[in-house]
Design a protein around this ligand. Structure first.
Ligand code: SIN
Length: 538
């Protein structure tokens, strides 16, 4: 909420074939894929190259190394997903990975190589070294910068610092654009389009401690929800096991790749307690590692456990320059010092429910990247499958949008409501207080480990914040309203799923149950439903 209070003043309507909302890797890939064949607009509430994927460290998983195979990548992804992966979607993900990586390279992305061969690293629960990285631990930054440079060389229109206020639908219910607010001029316009591709990223900022940057406020899920789209899997929120846990420092991500290179997690006595939870220790899947660290913190009352990078010695600084430099700012030299770490909110597995072509349940609306629930992650995402999901399903979204646009007439401008009248100014101190209340409630009640009473408390505060910010307020009030809607969806889904599975752990329902083998699907003005998987559990 760094901008002054503002009201909304409509300035008109523009039309494109495709509008992409979000400029992380999913948004930029979708835009680049479509740009040579359609009039494309990209809308982002930040700068073009400041999508959340910019902060991704570890890399992008793809079976490209000798001795690896998409079948092995498939098996690892399914095993991590705890019975809830959509196998057809995972098959698409792993099979299309090598082609999408080649395309990124053609678009100017420089992955790290050795002797002209792509370097691949290991991350938890991958059975092979298959994580491509760039600039050591700045993979997201390298991909994001290369794609942003590329998009600027196309004819695509770029609306930076434009916040999406609502999705537009015509009288048939088809999504036909988005109402946006220019944060610099305080004016509002309608961007009409035959197809809308939502690629607005995640929601980590709904929790007090998160590895996510400021724009990750969960607005995309709420936009789609308000327009009537189905959302799925909202109870599955991945907490990264190792975020920096130091008084006065942000919960900066300490990549899983650090453990992949041999770093150990130890408790205050120097003991590798993760081996008690899983023989793979630090390389167990993310749900196991995060929950074992949480249990150790409960047992000891400590605020952090420690990452010991001693086995990496001098190589630690070379391989992980971003982590090394950031930790140095806080007086920690990863080559010598133990790094205090604890779990923090990292990735929203659930989101807008999509099919194989990234199409949502609303005609004309596609979703890809973290805002989507494509089914590839099941109940627990495998490390570095997120950037991969973004590029694979953004590519599919763009192609499907182009195909459907060729069949559908452009939306008539008069088919949608005009921009809503200017509203009152935001009351910033009140909004900040409400936002902080929501983040605390989500951390305490809808965190890594939950139960019904905590979830109900968080849900009540989500409802209170939503009621206080319902869309009659200024632009920042609408942003917080969207956050409150998404937070409420997480709480409702987590309350509904009365079992523990993958990233969703409930102390009042600690067992996994076959009764819950399916996706929990929600839609505005309809009751939730479990879409049962008809195959046997893994
Ligand atoms: C990391 O580098 O540990 C994050 C990678 C991911 O979330 O997939």
């Amino acid at each position: 909420m760094s901008h002054p209070a503002m009201s909304r003043r409509p300035i008109g309507t523009v039309s494109y074939d495709i509008v992409v909302i979000g400029s992380g890797i999913a948004g930029l890939v979708a835009a680049l894929t479509a740009a040579s064949r359609a009039r494309v607009a990209v809308v982002t509430k930040a700068a073009l190259d400041d999508g959340c994927s910019r902060y991704a460290q570890g890399g992008i998983a793809a079976a490209v190394a000798p001795g690896d195979d998409p079948d092995l990548h498939f098996a690892d992804t399914i095993a991590a997903g705890r019975g809830l992966c959509d196998e057809d979607a995972v098959r698409i993900l792993v099979d299309e990975a090598p082609a999408r990586v080649r395309e990124l390279i053609e678009w100017g992305v420089s992955f790290d190589t050795q002797d002209g061969v792509l370097q691949v690293g290991r991350e938890a629960a991958h059975s092979r070294d298959r994580i491509l990285h760039a600039r050591g631990d700045a993979t997201g930054l390298e991909i994001e910068s290369a794609l942003a440079r590329r998009i600027r060389a196309t004819a695509a229109a770029v609306f930076e610092r434009h916040q999406a206020l609502r999705l537009l639908t015509d009288w048939t219910g088809r999504c036909c654009g988005v109402e946006v607010h220019d944060l610099d001029t305080s004016s509002t316009r309608l961007i009409l389009a035959s197809s809308v591709i939502l690629a607005s990223g995640g929601a980590g900022r709904l929790w007090r401690f998160t590895t996510n940057p400021e724009p990750a406020t969960g607005d995309g899920v709420a936009l789609a929800w308000e327009a009537g789209a189905e959302v799925a899997g909202m109870e599955f929120v991945q907490f990264h096991p190792t975020a920096l846990a130091l008084e006065g420092a942000p919960a900066f991500l300490i990549s899983e790749a650090v453990r992949g290179e041999g770093a150990h997690v130890v408790n205050r006595d120097g003991r590798r307690f993760l081996l008690d939870a899983d023989p793979r220790g630090e390389m167990a899947a993310r749900d196991v590692v995060a929950q074992a660290i949480w249990a150790e913190l409960q047992r000891t009352g400590d605020r952090a456990v420690y990452l010991d990078c001693a086995s990496l010695a001098e190589r630690a600084a070379m391989r992980f320059p971003t982590i090394h430099t950031t930790c140095l700012q806080y007086g920690i030299d990863i080559r010598r010092d133990l790094v205090p770490v604890a779990p923090a909110a990292h990735y929203l597995i659930g989101g807008v429910r999509t099919d194989r072509f990234a199409a949502s349940s609303i005609d004309g609306l596609f979703a890809c990247g973290e805002v989507a629930s494509s089914g590839v992650h099941g109940a627990n995402r495998l490390a570095s499958n997120s950037l991969l999901e973004s590029v694979v399903f953004a590519h599919r979204a763009a192609h499907e949008a182009l195909r459907r646009n060729a069949e559908a007439p452009p939306p008539p401008a008069e088919a949608v409501d005009p921009p809503r009248p200017a509203a009152g100014a935001d009351d910033l101190p009140t909004l900040i207080r409400l936002r902080e209340r929501l983040r605390d409630a989500m951390w305490e009640g809808a965190g890594l480990v939950r139960d019904a009473s905590g979830l109900a408390r968080a849900a009540a505060i989500g409802a209170e914040v939503a009621a206080a910010t319902a869309p009659s307020a200024g632009v920042q009030g609408i942003g917080l309203y969207h956050s409150a809607i998404t937070a409420s969806l997480v709480c409702a889904a987590a309350l509904g799923r009365e079992e523990s599975r993958g990233a969703h752990m409930r102390t009042d329902h600690p067992e996994r149950s076959d009764d819950w083998l399916g996706n929990w699907i929600m839609q505005k003005d309809r009751g939730p439903r479990l879409d049962r998987h008809d195959r046997s559990p893994r």
